[in-house]
Design a protein around this ligand. Structure first.
Ligand code: TK8
Length: 337
């Protein structure tokens, strides 16, 4: 008995001595990290935030506590970006498209029909091009940690099936607050209405807008099928999310803390992309089941759309984006080989 007890004490001590050693030897302070995002807790975005929360706890011996705030409860993408810059919030994930007011060059990712598939996108975002763009956030008070997948964007609306571009005529279509999107959809003949994502559901419900465009995972998790009848698989833009930290806050952390955040962010990226891709495979059947009428666009029609967006592409190039676009296209060509 005595032996057993001392054995228990000894193993207990050994375990206690071993387990926290890794975290203790490092310079980590107990911290609460507010992490805001726009989608629901049950979305692909929410699942990946949860993964990041757990990963941070694991890697810091429970000291770095991340709290996720879903449904834009800390504000829209743009409001959160500003809160990070001011140091009032620590972290967020959101669309790169809404960052163009801070770093204009991000607009290059909003141009349509650039990527053929997710693998090309991963290589470009994780490679030198994506990293160079993310680094431009530094001097603006933001740290761009990793890119997550939002996904290929598709059109929904409450008016009619869109099988050809002309069907968009007169449709009030919500777009992200971004000039490339506004030009693109006005070019297709729709009436582009820039709105934050957090206002979108109500805008569709009340008829302020007739439609919107987002990946199928978001159409599912945000329950857009409740207010949208028609879904057109157009895949017009591949859209990334970017995980951001407040630079003011991040610079005050120890090297160990920053390392944990960087590594947990990379782990969350790999989790999120796989999870989103798995989920998106189920989404079409789910949305059909919810009563959405779904159609694809013919190659000929997609070809016409490519022609019709040329003026928007030219405008982007003429307004200082030419170099960016050339570099990005070169990078994609490299990846394709
Ligand atoms: C969520 C948004 C969303 C984006 C949009 O906050 O606004 O349509 O696709 O994912 O960032």
């Amino acid at each position: 008995m005595k032996f057993l007890r001392s054995l228990l004490v000894a193993t207990g001590l050994a375990a206690a001595a071993l387990a926290p050693v890794a975290a203790n030897a490092q310079d980590i302070k107990p911290r609460l990290i507010r992490f805001g995002y726009g989608l629901s807790e049950s979305s692909n975005q929410g699942r990946a935030v949860k993964f990041f929360v757990d990963e941070m706890a694991k890697r810091s011996g429970g000291k770095l506590k991340v709290k996720g705030f879903a449904d834009a409860s800390l504000g829209s993408d743009i409001q959160m970006q500003n809160a990070l810059i001011g140091g009032a919030q620590e972290m967020m994930v959101g669309s790169t498209a809404t960052l163009v007011g801070i770093v204009k060059d991000f607009a290059v990712f909003d141009l349509p029909f650039l990527f053929n598939n997710e693998q090309e996108a991963d290589a470009v975002f994780d490679g030198p091009f994506g990293q160079k763009l993310a680094a431009k956030l530094d001097e603006k008070g933001l740290v761009g940690l990793v890119y997550w997948e939002n996904g290929f964007r598709n059109l929904t609306n409450s008016k009619r099936p869109v099988t050809k571009v002309e069907d968009l005529k007169g449709i009030k279509l919500r777009v992200m607050q971004n000039p490339v999107y506004i030009d693109m959809f006005n070019g297709f003949g729709a009436n582009a209405v820039p709105l934050s994502f957090s206002e979108l559901f109500t805008a569709m419900e009340t008829g302020t807008v007739d439609g919107q465009e987002n990946p199928v995972t978001t159409i599912q998790s945000s329950k857009f099928y409740e207010v949208q009848k028609y879904l057109t698989i157009s895949k017009h833009v591949y859209s990334p999310w970017i995980v951001l930290a407040s630079k003011r806050w991040f610079d005050g952390l120890s090297a160990d803390e920053r390392k944990i955040i960087n590594e947990a962010a990379v782990a969350s990226r790999d989790f999120e992309r796989k999870d989103s891709r798995d989920a998106s495979k189920q989404s079409i059947a789910y949305l059909k089941d919810k009563g959405m009428q779904i159609n694809e666009l013919s190659d000929a029609e997609l070809g016409r759309m490519r022609e019709m967006v040329k003026p928007a592409m030219d405008k982007f190039a003429a307004e200082g984006g030419a170099e960016q676009l050339k570099d990005l296209q070169a990078e994609i060509a490299k990846v394709r080989k």
